[in-house]
Structure formats: C-alpha cells, structure tokens
Design a protein around this ligand. Structure first.
Ligand code: AMP
Length: 233
C-alpha cells in the first residue's frame, strides 16, 4: 500500500475506503473535477475526518455482525431473565476469532502478565485472550474447585448469590492483570474477582467483557477500575 508524503493519513484513507468504493469516489471528487482545490491543511483535515467516520462505521457494522451471533434465551435460568447465549458466537469460526482478536488488540502493548478468567465462560474468553497476548491464565472458580489454598469472596448475582475463589499464590504483587469474563450484568461477579486480585496485590489493567448489559449499570460497581466491553446491549 502506498503512502502519500503530504497526507500522512492517506494509507488509512485508502484502507478504509477500499471497502467502500462509493464513498472514496465522493471524497476525491472535488479534486478530480477541479472544483475549488482545498489547501493541504483543509484537505488532510477532511481526509482525517472522513477516515474517522468510516472507521467508526466499519467498527459498528463489525460489532453488529458479532451481536447477531449471540442468541437470546428468554426466561433462562429464571423467568424474567433474557440469557445471552454466546455458544452461537463461539461456534462461529470467524466470529470467535474476530471477537478475541479485537479484544486482544486493545491490550497488545500493555505488557499483560496474567489474564484472570472467571468460571466458567470467562475461562474461554480469558484463555483465548491470554494466548493471543502471550500471558498466563489464572482461574477464578466456584467454591471447592481449586485444589490449593484459596482466598474466597461472596457476592450477589443478577439471579441469587455466589462465591468465588482464587489460589493464594496465583498472582505476585505488581503483576499486570487483565480480568476477563463473557458478560457484565449487575457487576457483582466482576467486583468479586477484582477484590480477589486486589487481595493478591495484582495491578488491574482493565476488566474486559464480550458483552455488557448496559441497562443494569454493572460498571458502577467498578468505580475507578477501567472497564471495556465489546458488545453493548
Ligand atoms: P453479574 O454479576 O450480575 O454482572 O453477572 C455476570 C455473570 O453472570 C457472568 O459471568 C455471566 O456469565 C452471568 N450472567 C448474568 N446475567 C446474564 C445474562 N443475562 N446472560 C448470560 N449470562 C449472564
């Protein structure tokens, strides 16, 4: 791909618009037809704005594509709960790799030492992310599942209460930790995982999710901790 020395964004511009030929022609039209020629500053500004707009457009359509791979199961596991079934995303080879790669790209330069996955769907997201980031995986599990000495914490769920545990030697103080789960609803589960990581003095880089149920405002429970979710409902 060629890069224009006057317009450093040209490479991005070409990349973005190569997927949208109509928009590329529209943007280049004033120059091609000799209409008022913009200054280099105006022109590069315009290119940047158009580039940003189209990157956002492409991002949104990709995320919408991923959202369509998630299946809603009404009244599971209890009446009134709409369960977000991610098995349909996980079984789609393009969807799964795109979801994991998009999340992993966000942390590629963050020197992540460990990804904490929360039982059980968080194990899938956490392990795949850790592999892409060259990091280790830590399991935060339901009570009685971890074989070594544990720290434990009780928390409230969208449906009931639960308990989570972590091995006492899972994290060394100061290690860079990313916490991953499939979904944030009320935020109780992730808050419990955050507390366990804090107990071991890990440095929490971010809490990452495939899905966020925004109407439940779960991120409020994580006041002060960075949160990122790929797909918002
Ligand atoms: P919460 O503690 O309320 O944020 O709940 C998050 C945890 O419960 C995650 O580990 C999810 O797997 C699971 N969960 C809660 N609500 C749902 C839902 N509507 N659909 C799928 N999983 C859910």
């Amino acid at each position: 791909m060629q890069r224009c020395s006057k317009f450093p964004d040209f490479e991005i511009f070409q990349y973005v618009f190569s997927q949208d030929k109509g928009a590329r022609q529209a943007c280049l039209a004033p120059v091609a037809y000799g209409a008022s020629t913009p200054s280099h500053d105006d022109h590069s500004c315009n290119i940047r704005a158009r580039g940003r707009e189209h990157r956002e457009h492409i991002w949104k359509s990709r995320m919408d594509e991923l959202k369509r791979l998630i299946r809603d199961i009404p009244d599971f596991p209890k009446p009134g709960i709409v369960f977000k079934d991610i098995t349909t995303l996980l079984s789609n080879k393009r969807g799964f790799s795109r979801a994991i790669d998009t999340l992993a790209n966000r942390y590629i330069d963050r020197d992540i030492d460990l990804v904490v996955g929360i039982e059980s769907r968080g194990f899938i997201v956490g392990a795949a992310l850790a592999y892409r980031l060259g990091a280790g995986v830590i399991l935060v599990r339901k009570p009685g599942k971890l074989p070594f000495k544990t720290h434990s914490t009780i928390y409230e769920l969208e449906y009931g209460t639960d308990q989570l545990e972590i091995h006492q030697d899972a994290i060394k103080p100061g290690q860079q930790v990313l916490i991953a789960d499939d979904l944030i609803a009320t935020g109780g589960t992730i808050k419990a995982a955050v507390d366990l990581v804090e107990k071991l003095k890990g440095n929490i880089v971010e809490c990452a999710f495939l899905i966020e149920l925004e109407f439940l405002k779960g991120r409020k429970k994580l006041d002060g901790y960075p949160v990122f979710s790929l797909l918002k409902f």
